[in-house]
Design a protein around this ligand. Structure first.
Ligand code: MN
Length: 283
């Protein structure tokens, strides 16, 4: 059984642009090896937005050196990049964007959601790339809800976004071994999760409350586990929604600045220089 190393609570809230009221549940700032290959977990909402004329969100900004994974629970997000690519994702859909060597994009509420308003809830996860893949060409995987297989079990179900859960394989292409499972668990039910040996693993509770190894984990909290062991037993104290994230740690230095995450400060200076000189490749 994997042991809990710590329970992490959100360190306050902030807005990303005017569309994403975010609680950051973890960030690589503190100790990247604890959460590697993951870098950042932002939980936006839940929040009800009033109808509006102009889409709320965050305007053109760059990324380099990692992937952004956007999971929509409520509302709709439209992504547009400088090459004209993009799309809209709604409840159950996932955008898995590889920034790689560089992308410039914007993220807004969709036109339809802006007009109608309503509940909004989105997770954005940053996943690191190994040094050899940091400058890979940008790539965009639009993973629709219908393409995400569901693994049912007694009292719950797992949507397998990446990796494999009980033999069910998810559609996301990843650069290093990663599991990303979106789980629903009914009150008093149990989920038994098998995690590959040596993976960093975290359970992020989005709604409800669960008990793991005798410890309670509530809304907007994360249980982070020791690397040893391969099994996690989650019991729901009430109907719960949570994400399970596991991954093989990338044992390389991390140097980050805003939207860039590289291995060295020199690579960060290069990224800033490339962006400011207009050398970022528009994907
Ligand atoms: Mn972005």
């Amino acid at each position: 059984m994997k042991k809990i190393a710590e329970i992490i609570s959100a360190r306050g809230a902030h807005w990303v642009g005017d569309g994403f009221p975010v609680r950051t549940l973890f960030s690589y700032d503190d100790a990247p090896e604890r959460v590697s290959p993951f870098l950042l977990f932002d939980y936006a909402g839940p929040r009800v937005f009033e109808p509006a004329m102009r889409p709320r969100g965050v305007g053109r900004h760059p990324h380099r050196g990692f992937e952004t994974v956007t999971i929509v629970y409520d509302g709709e997000v439209s992504h547009k990049d400088s090459s004209g690519g993009g799309g809209t994702i709604g409840p159950g859909d996932v955008q898995w964007m590889t920034a790689g060597g560089g992308v410039i994009h914007e993220e807004f509420h969709s036109a339809a959601f802006t007009k109608a308003g309503g509940p909004f809830r989105v997770v954005q996860l940053w996943v690191n790339l190994p040094a050899k893949d940091k400058m890979t060409p940008a790539r965009y995987q639009a993973i629709l809800s219908a393409d995400i297989p569901v693994a049912p079990f007694d009292g719950g179900r797992a949507r397998v976004i990446a990796g494999a859960f009980q033999g069910v394989t998810g559609p996301a292409k990843t650069f290093t071994p990663v599991n990303l499972w979106d789980l629903r668990l009914q009150r008093d039910a149990e989920a038994r999760l098998e995690v590959p040996e040596g993976h960093n693993a975290m359970i992020a509770v989005l709604s409800g409350r669960v008990t793991i190894g005798g410890e309670g984990v509530g809304e907007a909290e994360i249980a982070r586990f020791e690397r040893d062991g391969t099994e996690i037993l989650v019991r729901a104290d009430g109907d719960s929604i949570f994400l399970a994230l596991t991954g093989e740690p990338i044992d390389e230095p991390v140097a980050g600045y805003g939207p860039f995450v590289m291995n060295t400060p020199a690579e960060i200076r290069q990224a800033i220089d490339d962006f400011e000189s207009g050398r970022f490749v528009a994907r």
